[in-house]
Write a protein that binds this ligand. Structure first.
Ligand code: BES
Ligand code: MN
Ligand code: ZN
Length: 491
């Protein structure tokens, strides 16, 4: 019987061995009719329903059991019922699906899959409704990243059982796999994850790729990427990935921040602020993972991904606070704080896209400012946009995928905060009286977007999870992959 091994990254090798496949539900009364309780004391899970008793071997009618356990059928609720399994005690998991919405099913899938922890297999009878979200939740909840032996492995195999659900299961699997790739890349220690390494992973995604090395960046006048990368022994890269389906109608450019480690540079971060900075390329990871999944999802729009990759290191060759650099396109910037490096690499990529790629829309995604985590916390990403429709589309995609976005303002009054006396722009607010660090960072980026519809997603607050919870594992979240795939699929 086809099954789905979902053990991503047991030894930090990403994206392997994942293939979720459905089995048809046998005909008869109840979705789970005649499916034996998994033979080898594995787990077997079915949605809450009143008429399951004879088929799944429950000791009492399901309704009586649910009443006994005071189960309400909420999404995320799982009731474990012992059943006779030959000489041994087997288990059936009854899971709630709440209102049956995508959000509820995603949560339900995660809760059920988490109950499989440490087991070889779990067989899950699919609920009715948006099954892809359920599958997505189940697969993502079992995500694990560990260098070396996995101490507390998730369930090794998930088998989904349901009639006619193959396409939805496959879709959920493609999306979960893309998120897992983004998480893998962001979780990888920066001793491995150099800009060149990140470029190698990007090139593996099966789309057309071009990579600029340090010399080519210098020759191409990508002054921001070069300046940020010049302090590191691991030189910078600009990565371009192109997805060009036949008969494409529009062209979207996605730009991701790919800082493979952010020490702050000479404006050095304290250890507390620095220790999570291996995930400062989370936006770039999202762009790589999204580009890799477009073909499998049949997206019809042309998409170009740009990942501006550099290590912001502290050294004798690093740029200094007060240096003036020239961004792609010729604008000069006074670097007053080398820790505001993300906007410098992003500006080059946005200016390049505007000048050379002629996109209809540009969307960038970046762990840009600590301030956005203060403003919106860890459950809401930020969207800044020059276009109301674009902001609404992205927020809508965020709503339906559970990667919620809150629109933030691009306040023109704050533009003078970025005035410099020696260059066209300063990279941070001159003087400390302005505040709104996420807004001024977004305004800085806007300077490089031409007149094109553009949106900026600041994911600094949501890029990491501090606990294993729901669909998240401690560490990188892959936030943005699902909402961007949803948005691109609907275009
Ligand atoms: N990578 C950081 C932003 C960040 C902070 C991401 C916390 C994730 C968690 C960014 O490069 C940065 O250092 N921003 C500065 C900007 C400041 C110097 C204007 C910040 O947020 O302090
Ligand atoms: Mn920084
Ligand atoms: Zn940074």
């Amino acid at each position: 019987m086809p099954i789905s091994p979902y053990l991503l990254l047991p030894r930090a090798s990403y994206g392997r061995g994942l293939s979720a496949v459905t089995s048809p539900a046998p005909s008869g009364s109840g979705a789970a009719a005649e499916i034996p309780v998994a033979e080898d004391a594995q787990l077997f899970a079915v949605p809450f329903a009143a008429d399951l008793a004879p088929e799944v071997g429950l000791p009492l009618p399901a309704a009586a059991l649910l009443a006994h356990y005071e189960a309400k059928g909420e999404a995320g609720e799982v009731v474990e019922v012992p059943v006779a399994n030959g000489e041994t005690v087997g288990r059936v998991l009854l899971y709630g699906i709440g209102d049956g919405s995508a959000g509820a099913l995603r949560k339900a899938g995660a809760a059920v899959a988490r109950r499989g922890k440490g087991r070889d297999a779990i067989r899950i009878v699919l609920p009715e409704g948006p099954v892809a979200a359920f599958v997505e939740g189940a697969l993502l909840a079992t995500y694990t990243f560990r260098i070396g032996e996995v101490k507390s492995p998730p369930v090794a195999v998930i088998e989904f059982v349901g009639d006619g659900a193959e396409a939805e299961v496959a879709r959920g699997e493609v999306i979960a796999k893309a998120v897992a790739l983004a998480r893998d890349l962001a979780n990888m220690p920066s001793s491995v994850k150099t800009p060149a390494w990140l470029a190698e992973r990007a090139v593996e995604q099966g789309v057309t790729a071009k990579v600029w090395d340090e010399e080519e960046l210098r020759a191409g006048r990508f002054g921001g990427i070069v300046a940020v990368g010049q302090g590191s022994a691991n030189p910078p890269r600009l990565i371009r990935l192109s997805y060009e389906p036949e008969g494409a109608t529009g062209h979207v450019v996605l730009v991701g921040k790919g800082i493979t480690y952010d020490t702050g540079g000479l404006s050095l971060k304290p250890t507390e602020g620095m220790k999570f900075m291996k995930t400062d390329m989370a936006g770039g990871a999202v762009v790589i993972a999204v580009l890799g999944a477009l073909a499998a999802l049949g997206v019809r729009v042309r998409v170009t991904g740009l990942i501006a990759a550099a290590e912001n290191a502290f050294s004798g060759t690093a740029q200094r606070p007060s240096d003036v650099i020239t961004q792609y396109g010729g604008r000069t910037v006074e670097v007053l704080n080398t820790d505001a490096e993300g906007r410098l690499v992003m500006a080059d990529a946005l200016a390049y896209a505007d000048a050379e790629l002629d996109p209809d829309v540009m969307v960038d995604i970046a762990t840009l400012t600590g301030a956005i985590g203060i403003a919106l916390g860890k459950d809401l990403g930020a969207v800044f946009a020059s276009d109301d429709d674009l902001a609404a589309e992205l927020a809508g995609a965020g709503e339906s995928t559970g990667e919620r976005l809150w629109r933030m303002p691009l306040i023109d009054d704050y533009v003078p905060a970025l005035d410099s006396s020696v260059a066209d722009l300063a990279n941070i607010e001159v003087g400390s009286s302005y505040g709104a660090g996420s807004v001024t960072a977004a305004l800085f980026l806007r300077e490089f977007t031409g007149k094109r519809p553009w949106a900026h997603l600041d994911i600094a607050g949501v890029g990491r999870s501090s606990a294993d919870e729901g669909i998240f594992s401690k560490g990188a979240t892959g936030y943005g992959v699902r909402l961007l795939l949803e948005w691109l699929s609907s275009r």
